[in-house]
Design a protein around this ligand. Structure first.
Ligand code: F6P
Length: 358
């Protein structure tokens, strides 16, 4: 009997269930019919407290299209991994003990950056771990794409499309805040797909005067709807220049609920137009995966099964140049895949006349 532990960790996304289904189908096809999955409830918390569901192949049927995660998820920050839980449990020790108690052959971790750092730590501690790259943010180093990313772009783009028509009718300026505190991948793609006037990203600090100029120019040219896509973590050039500690303090002490409101207020001071804020928020993580994500997550899941079959552990499944592959967890852990300001996609967007405020 093959015994597999599985958990989903961190913020959810659309293709978590599709990926787990891929793993389980892969195990059945490539390895054996004789297996059990120990699905840990609410991420690493389930592994720490030994809270799991014993699952069979059929428990993963009919979930390809279902958003969220049938296992539940939670955040357990890596930086707190060696700090005991509120009730005094040593997290790493407890996870190792539960893994051993259940006689697991492998642990499959579907998670983003922080979760994969924990996965790497558990691999170092001797557990047989396989990681799968989840996040709408697309910021996991070592993979071209993460599952959840394309579905989030689709949601954000259709949100921008819907705002566009009403912005045009009313000749309004809209500031649309897209998810991404550290990286702006969703904002970049959805901004281009939504045909916006300006894209503001954490990776490319902006000068507000450049944004004003673009608004002025586009309005003068007769454009009725002015659309600005701003990532949650976008910062101005002045803030970017501050030392890290001060920068964090400025952001933490912001009197506005979020970046979009601050930006909208600044634009309001300069223009007579009606300036509005729109925030798709968690809709970007919700609902069903799109077709691309269903294919990607199924392929990644099947590869995880292959790694388990080959006892090739301590690896993160990735996709590079449309080829599914695996890299050491240690190679990816602790690195963030950010947008390079010289990326060809940024250049293309600029060539289309989109302002980045730089
Ligand atoms: O990591 C995914 C993500 O959706 C980010 O884009 C966003 O900033 C964050 O999670 C929101 O987290 P939470 O749902 O915990 O508020």
């Amino acid at each position: 009997m093959l015994r597999i532990g599985m958990l989903t960790s961190g913020g959810d996304c659309q293709a978590l269930n599709a990926t787990m289904r891929g793993v389980v189908r892969g195990i059945k096809t490539l390895i054996t019919d004789d297996f059990e999955v120990y699905g840990f409830i609410d991420g690493y918390k389930g592994l720490v407290y030994g809270n799991y569901r014993k699952m069979k192949y059929n428990d993963f049927a009919g979930i390809l299209n279902k958003g969220g995660t049938i296992l539940g998820t939670s955040r357990m920050p890596f930086k707190e991994i060696d700090i005991p839980t509120a009730d005094g449990i040593d997290k790493v020790k407890a996870m190792k003990e539960n893994y051993k108690k259940l006689k697991l052959d492998a642990l499959v971790v579907l998670g983003g950056n922080g979760s994969q750092k924990t996965a790497n730590r558990l691999a170092d501690e001797g557990l047989n771990v396989v990681g799968l790259p989840k996040t709408i943010d697309n910021d996991i180093w070592g993979t071209d794409v993460t599952f959840g990313f394309q579905s989030a772009i689709d949601v954000a783009t259709s949100y921008i499309d819907n705002i566009y028509t009403t912005a045009e009718s009313h000749s309004r300026i809209f500031v649309i805040e897209v998810m991404g505190h550290k990286v702006g991948w969703i904002t970049l793609y959805a901004g281009i797909a939504g045909g916006v006037d300006a894209i503001l990203l954490p990776e490319i600090p902006y000068d507000i005067k450049k944004v004003y100029k673009t608004i002025e120019k586009n309005q003068k040219e007769g454009k009725k709807a002015i659309m600005i896509a701003v990532a949650e973590g976008a910062i101005t050039k002045e803030v970017a220049k501050l030392p890290k500690k001060e920068r964090k303090a400025v952001i933490a002490n912001r009197t506005y609920p979020s970046v979009a409101y601050e930006l909208a207020d600044k634009i309001r001071e300069k223009f007579d137009s009606d300036v509005r804020v729109a925030i798709p928020g968690h809709t970007q993580r919700g609902g069903s995966p799109d077709a691309y994500d269903k294919v990607l997550s199924s392929r990644l899941g099947a590869k995880a099964a292959e790694l388990i079959r080959d006892k090739d552990f301590g690896k993160l499944v990735v996709i590079r140049n449309n080829v599914i592959d695996a890299i050491p967890l240690a190679e990816s852990a602790g690195k963030l895949k950010m947008i390079d300001p010289d990326d060809q996609l940024v250049k293309s967007a600029k060539d289309l006349g989109i302002c980045f405020g730089d």
